[in-house]
Design a protein around this ligand. Structure first.
Ligand code: SAM
Ligand code: SF4
Ligand code: SF4
Length: 335
């Protein structure tokens, strides 16, 4: 039997982080002061192997998972990740196999990723202005290379492509309109994400979050928008289409309009810990079970037990105080 949690939510999504490392230092995710040259990233033997991930994924699919997202850190830094994608693409029951990437390494890999069975990519890009983008990624990575990665993904059919932009007040809020203009009529779906209080290292303050309403008004005043229905129950983005038929955008309102009631997502960290909420402090250790050679039945029971007892609804309970709870870092579990 497939489990539902204490709030009657089924398990549908598994986000798999394949590395905790990244070649960017986005200020809202891996600030340099904390993730500096002396930061202790996981050694290779502590990461789940591709075989371990595939075995676990099969058991999660048997428990209801239909959507898989490969993430990180930067997932394309994990050597041979195409091999993992090939293994996952052969599992019956997966309807959606996607990857979230900063696209810095996408151009030379796009073809192989597609051939391995990846369905589509979501690319993170916070501004089209080099000065703003370089300030945000903090490694002086230029916009043009990300756009080139997006083009490579488009050319090989890793579509529909979603472009994710985190908006931080005073940093890139004046990039919203230019981003919208650029991606209108491209078929790519631009999604704005409210800056969130994930982890404990990004110095989050409520006043730095640009709300969905503000983002909506900014675009709507230039190009009128109409709301559209969710694609599926539990979808995170508020969806809108341009009245002039130039395409669709999404706004992810995790701060201003929490959506925990429909949350069917679980997240597996690179070292094999399962988090049932983006804001959890505690992960459930699957690597230990795998390496102690527990049977599929025992691991299946562990999944059912964890999900069956889940009560998470952090965003609905968020207060100034909850920000100081110990929470897993975004770069550890991948958004
Ligand atoms: N490195 C890949 C990338 O950036 O696409 C994948 C991992 S990254 C942690 C996944 C997503 O989390 C990105 O779209 C990023 O913008 C988002 N993210 C990271 N920190 C965030 C924060 N504090 N608030 C909102 N979104 C955040
Ligand atoms: Fe790296 Fe992605 Fe985090 Fe930026 S958001 S630091 S690209 S993991
Ligand atoms: Fe899901 Fe936790 Fe986010 Fe709520 S706060 S939507 S339970 S991940």
């Amino acid at each position: 039997m497939q489990p539902t949690d204490k709030l009657n939510r089924p398990l549908r999504d598994l986000r798999i982080s394949v590395t905790d490392r990244c070649n960017f230092r986005c200020v809202y995710c891996m600030p340099k002061e904390i993730f500096g040259s002396d930061f202790a990233f996981l050694p290779h033997d502590k990461l789940l192997s591709f075989e371990e991930i595939t075995r676990l994924t099969k058991l999660f699919v048997a428990n209801g998972v239909e959507k898989i997202r490969i993430t990180g850190g930067e997932p394309l830094l994990r050597k041979g990740v195409e091999m993992l994608i090939k293994q996952l693409s052969e599992i019956n029951g997966i309807k959606d196999l996607a990857m979230t990437t900063n696209a810095s390494l996408l151009r030379p890999r796009a073809e192989r990723l597609k051939q391995a069975g990846l369905h589509r990519v979501s690319v993170s890009l916070d501004s089209l202005d080099d000065n703003v983008f370089m300030t945000m990624n903090d490694v002086r990575f230029p916009v043009s290379k990300v756009l080139d990665g997006i083009k490579a993904a488009e050319d090989v059919g890793l579509t529909p492509i979603k472009i994710n932009a985190v908006i931080k007040r005073g940093m890139n809020d004046d990039s919203i309109l230019k981003m919208a203009e650029h991606f209108r009529n491209t078929g790519h779906i631009l999604r704005f994400i409210e800056f969130m209080d994930v982890g404990n290292s990004n110095g989050w303050r409520l006043e730095d979050t640009v709300t969905t309403e503000e983002i909506f008004k900014t675009i709507h005043s230039e190009w009128p928008l109409l709301p559209i229905d969710q694609n599926y129950e539990g979808e995170v983005a508020n969806r809108f289409r341009y009245k002039d038929k130039a395409g669709e955008i999404g706004i992810i309102a995790s701060i201003s309009q929490p959506f925990c009631h429909g949350c069917t997502r679980s997240r597996l960290s690179a070292e094999g810990k399962l988090y049932t909420c983006l804001f959890s402090g505690l992960g459930h250790d699957f690597r230990d079970k795998l390496r102690r050679r527990q049977s599929d039945h025992e691991i299946d029971m562990f999944i059912k037990h964890i999900w069956g007892n889940r009560k998470d609804r952090y965003s609905e309970l968020r207060t100034e105080e909850t920000n100081f709870q110990t929470k897993v870092e975004m770069s550890h579990i991948g958004g």
